[in-house]
Design a protein around this ligand. Structure first.
Ligand SMILES: [Ca+2]
Length: 478
């Protein structure tokens, strides 16, 4: 028994590094089919493979354990639209201006100290989407489900696009014929795979399956929900309806994988599973991470993620490298052997070396920029910085084990660097030692703070990031 345990630990410790017993496969330019399964608002702990004992995701867990689990995978933003814009464009938010959903001036004006930067709700057409970039390599692409960046998938270079309104789901997860949206999108995805079978067409496909689940409204199938009613919850994982929504996602993943297996496509297909932001504080939590959807603490931006590709990605491997959703664009180009678009900034790095089992990430840091406001959920106490907002304008850097948050209200209005020791404009955490972000090291590890702050300010300059700079005349001190 003890020997088995030691072996299991040894397998788990591969941690993106080469397994000596296995020949490393070169994956660049192999043109696999790419299936990107994108869940909406699914929190870091909302699946079995990340440790939930309440939510049941046996099919997701099976694929996760059959591939590589990423434990420090980040979304580019803490809410829906900006993460999608970054993922589809391969660029950080300052380059396309999609910072948030709707207006950046959420909440009451009298509670906002500073004028936020105006949000752009449209991913500009001149942006070269990942579908456009894959096209020269022969890829047929489909965007099925939530889009959220204006224009249409077709206008952004997808061969096929379909979302909720085409399928007649005007108000939520059910349509007037009592069809469940997660199932419906899965039907469309399965049909797309069958109709674009690369064995027949000769062209690989890119399937961007973007579920509306598990975003509000929280609506589940009764027959699944019934099971959770008798199951004991754990901590903040105890909402039967939310759990049943997650299980429907699990069924979707199973059906997509089963289709690939039946058509004999598995060995030429990479499946990536990811979510766009943290779980909604009303229905779930991501403990031990701090916060949830809408915050730039770990719970708002860290995502459950795996990559599965039988025979190519080592099973039971776990990758602790820090990665971010802008990396997918670059990764897919690498897998496709596609050229980077000319005169176009790409902010991500290819994850292919990690998938091959090598510890190779060249960049030193990743960044976020959120120059707006997101109001707190009514009546909900979360571990945000203040009770009124989930986040106020903030920029963030993660470098090595450290993470620094720069809060623009205090930075601009309370003296910036000059008063940094007292103005509460900066928070610094050692994420490795303090995953819950409880111990602010701003005035303790001063050298580290200044290093990260310098890098963050340089990055803002490099990306022409618009930062809030003007006091709000309507603000009233609370
Ligand atoms: Ca979302």
């Amino acid at each position: 028994m003890k020997i088995i345990f030691v072996l299991a630990v040894a397998l788990f410790m591969i941690a993106c590094s080469t397994n000596n017993n296995q020949q490393t496969t070169n994956l660049s330019g192999t043109k696999p089919n790419i299936v990107f399964i994108f869940i909406d608002d699914l929190g870091w702990k909302d699946v079995g493979f990340m440790g939930s004992e309440y939510y049941e995701t046996p099919n997701i867990d099976k694929l996760a354990r059959g591939g590589m689990i990423f434990s420090q995978a980040y979304a580019n933003a803490a809410n829906c639209a900006p993460t999608r814009a970054c993922l589809l464009s391969g660029q950080y938010s300052p380059r396309h201006g999609v910072f948030t959903v709707g207006g950046s001036d959420r909440g009451k004006s009298e509670t906002r100290r500073i004028i936020p930067v105006k949000n752009n709700e449209t991913l500009p057409l001149e942006n070269i989407s990942i579908a456009e970039a894959l096209k020269p390599s022969g890829y047929v692409s489909a965007a099925i489900g939530k889009w959220h960046v204006r224009n249409t998938p077709e206008e952004q270079g997808f061969d096929f696009g379909i979302e909720r309104h085409h399928l007649d789901y005007p108000y939520g997860h059910w349509n007037p014929d009592s069809m469940y949206l997660t199932d419906h999108l899965t039907d469309v995805a399965v049909n797309f795979i069958k109709e674009n079978n690369p064995i027949e067409s000769g062209n690989p496909f890119f399937l961007y399956l973007s579920h509306y689940a598990v975003h509000t409204p929280i609506q589940a199938k009764n027959e699944i929900k019934a099971k959770y009613k008798t199951k004991e919850g754990m901590d903040c994982h105890n909402n039967t309806e939310y759990a049943a929504m997650i299980e429907s996602v699990d069924e979707s993943v199973a059906r997509v994988n089963q289709t690939l297996e039946e058509l004999g496509l598995s060995e030429n297909t990479i499946i990536i599973f990811f979510s766009d932001n943290g779980g909604h504080g009303t229905f779930t939590c991501q403990k031990p991470l701090r916060g949830g959807k809408g915050m730039y603490y770990e719970g708002g931006i860290r995502e459950p993620m795996f990559a599965y590709w039988p025979g190519k990605i080592t099973a039971n491997s776990n990758c602790e490298e820090v990665i971010i959703s802008t990396d997918f664009y670059t990764t897919f180009l690498d897998l496709a052997g596609a050229e980077k678009p000319e005169n176009y900034n790409l902010d991500g790095e290819s994850l292919v070396p990690l998938l091959e089992g090598k510890n190779e990430i060249l960049r030193e840091a990743i960044f976020w920029h959120f120059p707006g406001y997101l109001e707190a959920y009514a009546g909900l106490k979360e571990d945000s910085r203040d009770p009124v907002f989930r986040t106020r304008p903030v920029s963030v850097i993660r470098k090595g084990d450290y993470k620094l948050l720069q809060f623009h209200e205090e930075w601009v209005l309370d003296g910036g660097f000059e008063n940094i020791e007292t103005n509460n404009s900066v928070e610094l955490y050692n994420i490795k030692n303090d995953i819950s972000e409880t111990n602010n090291l701003c005035n303790i590890e001063v050298e580290k703070r200044n290093e990260l702050l310098h890098d963050l300010l340089m990055w803002q300059k490099k990306t022409n990031a618009l930062v809030p700079s003007e006091a709000n005349p309507e603000y009233k001190k609370q």
